[in-house]
Ligand binder design. Structure first.
Ligand SMILES: NC(=O)c1ccc[n+]([C@@H]2O[C@H](COP(=O)([O-])OP(=O)(O)OC[C@H]3O[C@@H](n4cnc5c(N)ncnc54)[C@H](OP(=O)(O)O)[C@@H]3O)[C@@H](O)[C@H]2O)c1
Length: 395
């Protein structure tokens, strides 16, 4: 015979209990503010939205976000989607943020509520709360602000790997870098200063030269023929070219290398808009090759000319190739350099979450010098009052 009590447990519940359960059931899920892109194609699709609060699962932590970093990568994603078509819209944006652990999921032993952390995540960072596996979370050194953490982590980790792990930077060498005034550009300039007698050559918009003149040995206007200018200063060329532009600049960069020099591609800023959309549409290496106008590099040519070519993509390394232990070791070195006063954040400006589209527009318009960060405690800028149409106005 069936046990009626276990089949119908609610019949045994007292009336107030039933009422409480029903009230709990009726509670709408808690919501948080988050920045989403509803489609790929431009900043017009970026909006502040309400999203359900996430909950930490096994091996994850829930982080209350205090500050977020805006990277060129975010702009590229919003414009045209991920380079490998790996993301679908709508999605919560943001690769980098810093904050405080609010809750730890099951089997998390290395972090506890209250820990101050910075994290790198494949999207989802620009929200009040983020859930993330602990392998992408790094504890802040004592005294580091959330803004500094959000301004430093992605840029300096990229710069460190480019200069030291790939570039093998040594005393007396020369380095050429594009987008010299930007977040990564300024990180590269600072890290070069940690090595004796390094010549740092930067290319960027002329309007920024005054602001960054102390951080570079030579600066060139991006709209001029920088190759000719570099050759005037250093007829033999340079030891390391760090190229985040791609296209014709790959060929220029390669041709500027000294014997034993190395060219590293770490961005495709030139390959935006229509070219990128077509590449994604036809998605093959040949299409990309033609569109970016890059001369093919033959290993025999490298052998004959004593040159090296490399590539670097942090997002792929971390989220697709599983190299989180290596990235953690670099984050730790970078935070250590900060602790020892060897590097510091270069913050262009700080914005409220509500003003994120304006902040991203500043990067799009090439107006930033250093990093643009979001501070979750900031009030949005006052908006101009709505225009009143006098014809329809009533007395
Ligand atoms: N491989 C990686 O893992 C990795 C990681 C981080 C960043 N990156 C790359 O590093 C580069 C710099 O990133 P960031 O976040 O530090 O950005 P950023 O340099 O702070 O800002 C972008 C700057 O790029 C320059 N720029 C060149 N072409 C542009 C275009 N078509 N539209 C707008 N700006 C353009 C502008 O400076 P000027 O006008 O002064 O040249 C602009 O201010 C980007 O290419 C990014 O994709 C790569």
């Amino acid at each position: 015979m069936a046990d009626t009590a276990s089949e119908k447990p609610e019949e045994n519940a007292t009336e107030p209990e039933v009422a409480t359960e029903k009230a709990e059931e009726a509670q709408p899920p808690k919501e948080m503010r988050a920045v989403v892109t509803t489609a790929f194609g431009g900043l017009k699709y970026v909006k502040l939205a309400k999203k359900p609060e996430p909950v930490a699962g096994d091996g994850e932590v829930l982080v209350r976000v205090k500050s977020c970093g805006i990277n060129f990568l975010d702009l590229m994603l919003v414009k045209q989607g991920a380079d490998d078509n790996s993301t679908k819209s709508p999605l919560i944006l943001g690769f980098e943020c810093a904050g405080e652990i609010e809750a730890a999921g099951e089997n998390v032993t290395t972090y506890k509520p209250g820990d101050k952390v910075v994290l790198l995540t494949e999207s989802k960072a620009w929200a009040e709360l983020v859930v993330i596996p602990t392998k992408y979370v790094y504890k802040l050194p004592v005294g580091m602000s959330f803004q500094d953490a959000a301004a430093i982590t992605m840029n300096f980790v990229t710069a460190y790997i480019l200069l030291f792990d790939i570039g093998g930077l040594q005393k007396g060498k020369s380095v050429l870098v594009h987008s010299a005034a930007g977040g990564v550009g300024q990180a590269i300039a600072q890290l070069c200063k940690t090595v004796e007698d390094v010549t740092v050559l930067g290319v960027c918009s002329q309007t920024k030269h005054e602001a960054i003149k102390d951080t570079f040995t030579h600066l060139f206007d991006r709209s001029q023929d920088y190759s000719a200018e570099v050759k005037k200063i250093s007829p033999d060329g340079v030891d390391l070219v760090l190229d985040c532009l791609c296209g014709e600049d790959c060929n220029r960069g390669y041709s500027l290398l000294k014997p034993m020099g190395k060219y590293v591609l770490y961005g495709v800023t030139n390959v935006t808009g229509e070219a990128f959309r077509l590449f994604n549409l036809f998605g093959n290496a040949k299409a990309k090759w033609q569109m970016t106008k890059v001369n093919p590099i033959n290993p025999i040519k490298l052998y004959e000319e004593n040159k090296s070519v490399a590539g670097f993509n942090l997002r792929h390394l971390l989220f697709q190739q599983g190299q989180h232990d290596y990235v953690r070791s670099v984050v730790e070195k970078v935070l250590h350099l900060w602790q020892n006063g060897k590097i510091k954040s270069v913050i262009d400006s700080t914005w409220a979450l509500e003003d994120i589209v304006e902040a991203m527009q500043k990067i799009h318009d090439r107006k930033n010098v250093g990093k643009i960060v979001i501070d979750m405690s900031m009030e949005p800028k006052p908006k101009p009052p709505p225009q009143v149409n006098k014809e329809t106005q009533t007395n």
